[in-house]
Design a protein around this ligand. Structure first.
Ligand SMILES: NC(=O)c1ccc[n+]([C@@H]2O[C@H](COP(=O)([O-])OP(=O)(O)OC[C@H]3O[C@@H](n4cnc5c(N)ncnc54)[C@H](OP(=O)(O)O)[C@@H]3O)[C@@H](O)[C@H]2O)c1
Length: 203
């Protein structure tokens, strides 16, 4: 898959590392192409580095791994270029009402398929999603169809089990999982190596 990863630091880097290892083509979309850290990361992963606009043009999947505070401006500037793309919003707008950017995508990128994923766990759990012999679940939401298959493939490539909770109307539920993660990891001092698992058995 051709994947544009906007943001090349903690989350962008952790996800890109897994996807590159799984054989996907990653292009980082960044503000400063010449940043030595970004260049070194790209070299390590055999990925490429380009402007945000170039990366969006490249990717069939576009992952937002930039600060929540940069989301409104970035979506407004590039929304039309997202037409027909699978967009994964991993960014959290801390202390800004909604944590997600669904309203901005609806306003500026009506032709994109928007998924909310990779927002609800700390990056350490993307780097190592295995607890004992269990793989952590990753809750996500977004439109049904072929886009979901691709998003699930990318979740599995990180080593997590995809747990779909429905279409984008469930975005608040996915964000609430992130709030639960914060409440346990920091509020209850359980630490950042913390994830969730859905248990079922046949009835
Ligand atoms: N860290 C976590 O555990 C975690 C977990 C889940 C979700 N998230 C969410 O993921 C997002 C990224 O978090 P992070 O921890 O990876 O942050 P980070 O390490 O600070 O990385 C942010 C990246 O975004 C880039 N960036 C900043 N402003 C930009 C803009 N206006 N346009 C394009 N790129 C811009 C930065 O590049 P420059 O070098 O140019 O500043 C950097 O590469 C946040 O929204 C965060 O809430 C984080």
């Amino acid at each position: 898959m051709k994947i544009a990863v906007l943001g090349a630091k903690i989350i962008g880097g952790a996800l890109a590392r897994k996807w590159a290892r799984a054989g996907h083509d990653v292009m980082f979309g960044v503000r400063n192409i010449d940043n030595p850290e970004t260049q070194a990361l790209a070299q390590e992963l055999a990925a490429s580095v380009a402007t945000v606009a170039e990366a969006i043009a490249f990717g069939e999947v576009v992952v937002f791994a930039i600060p929540g505070s940069a989301m409104t401006e970035t979506i407004a500037a590039h929304g039309l270029a997202l037409h027909g793309k699978i967009v994964i919003d991993a960014a959290n707008r801390i202390s800004d009402g909604a944590m997600n950017s669904a309203a901005d995508f609806a306003a500026h990128a009506p032709g994109a398929q928007i998924y909310r994923a990779f927002n609800s766990l700390g990056w350490e759990n993307f780097e190592n999603p295995i607890f004992g012999n269990l793989e952590a679940d990753l809750f996500y939401c977004g439109p049904a169809g072929a886009g979901r298959d691709k998003v699930e493939e990318l979740i599995r490539a990180v080593g997590l089990r995809p747990m779909c909770v429905g279409d984008l109307r469930q975005v608040g539920l996915v964000d609430a999982i992130g709030s639960l993660w914060f409440a346990l990891a920091f509020g209850q001092d359980m630490g950042r190596h913390l994830a969730f698992k859905v248990l079922t058995r046949p009835s």
